[in-house]
Write a protein that binds this ligand. Structure first.
Ligand SMILES: Cc1cc2nc3c(=O)[nH]c(=O)nc-3n(C[C@H](O)[C@H](O)[C@H](O)COP(=O)(O)O)c2cc1C
Length: 210
């Protein structure tokens, strides 16, 4: 079917302001936990958009933490995204769960996690993933896949018989949300859309046109 003729109507119960938790983090957790319960693929996947020097760039990462401070993901601090965040720490995050036509958008400010949090999370990763963090110079040009395989073997040997330490250039970014938006697809393209903006110690919730 051609792209222009592909059309699916969104049959969902919709979303009203009374369905929303006053705390956007709790609302996000409700949607995320529903996605987990439905066995949605990679329910913690999110797009992170950077905008260093006015140049947009977006990629998917996995959320590895969500608490009252914000949303956490892990990556190489030497990657393109990390270099871009250092230039412009304001980032946009988008979660999407297509099976239920739900989207959450977050505008926030990113900061690095502490060494302790980075070490604790790194220690919890499977050993092969730990080795890959050493082996892959993320975002750099490499000649071929062989490079990665050889590099992994080299680090397997280096760490043979001992724990894999965290590479100093690998760790987490904590994105502190300044605004959240929850979108629910609905019939006839009349979707439901609510934005949370900070107000005093809480948030105001406003409906936006879809
Ligand atoms: C489902 C999925 C999950 C991913 N998770 C991560 C992640 O948690 N951390 C990460 O650095 N890259 C992750 N990636 C790869 C990134 O999308 C991206 O290719 C990589 O981080 C390099 O981006 P950059 O060059 O813009 O820094 C993931 C990609 C996909 C599709």
């Amino acid at each position: 079917m051609s792209l222009r003729d592909r059309r699916v109507d969104y049959e969902t119960p919709g979303l009203d302001i009374g369905d929303l938790d006053p705390d956007p983090l709790v609302q996000w957790q409700n949607w995320y936990e529903s996605a987990v319960a439905r066995d949605a693929p990679e329910p913690n996947a999110m797009h992170v958009a950077t905008a260093a020097n006015g140049v947009p760039a977006s990629r998917v990462v996995l959320a590895r933490g969500a608490d009252e401070r914000g949303i956490v993901f892990f990556t190489s601090y030497d990657s393109a995204k990390s270099r871009e965040i250092r230039v412009e720490p304001r980032v946009a995050i988008t979660f999407v769960w297509l099976d239920v036509l739900q989207q959450v958008r977050i505008l926030g400010v990113a900061e690095t996690l502490s060494d302790k949090e980075n070490d604790d999370y790194f220690a919890s990763r499977p050993r092969k993933s730990q080795i890959s963090a050493w082996a892959s110079p993320q975002s750099e040009e490499i000649a071929d896949r062989e490079f990665l395989i050889e590099s992994s073997m080299r680090f397997e040997e280096e760490f043979d018989g001992r724990e894999v330490s965290r590479p100093p250039n690998w760790g987490g970014w904590l994105v502190r949300p300044q605004q959240w938006e929850f979108w629910q697809g609905a019939r006839n393209r009349l979707h439901d859309r609510f934005v949370y903006r900070p107000s005093g110690s809480g948030w105001t919730i406003t409906r936006l046109a879809p």
